[in-house]
Design a protein around this ligand. Sequence first.
Ligand SMILES: [Zn+2]
Length: 53
Amino acid sequence: MSDIALPSKDEEFREHHTQKTRKCLLCTTNFESEWAGERVCKKCKATAAWRQG
Ligand SMILES: [Zn+2]
């Protein structure tokens, strides 16, 4: 037996808190944005980083 963290009310609480599922502007994939201004998923951010200089 091992310690398994089961999804619990904690998850609901978190969703309720600040994280929102948004659609990435670049790849239109649903991702969890950590703040209101985040509109691009982390993947695209990583690949588009070079664009921003
Ligand atoms: Zn993306």
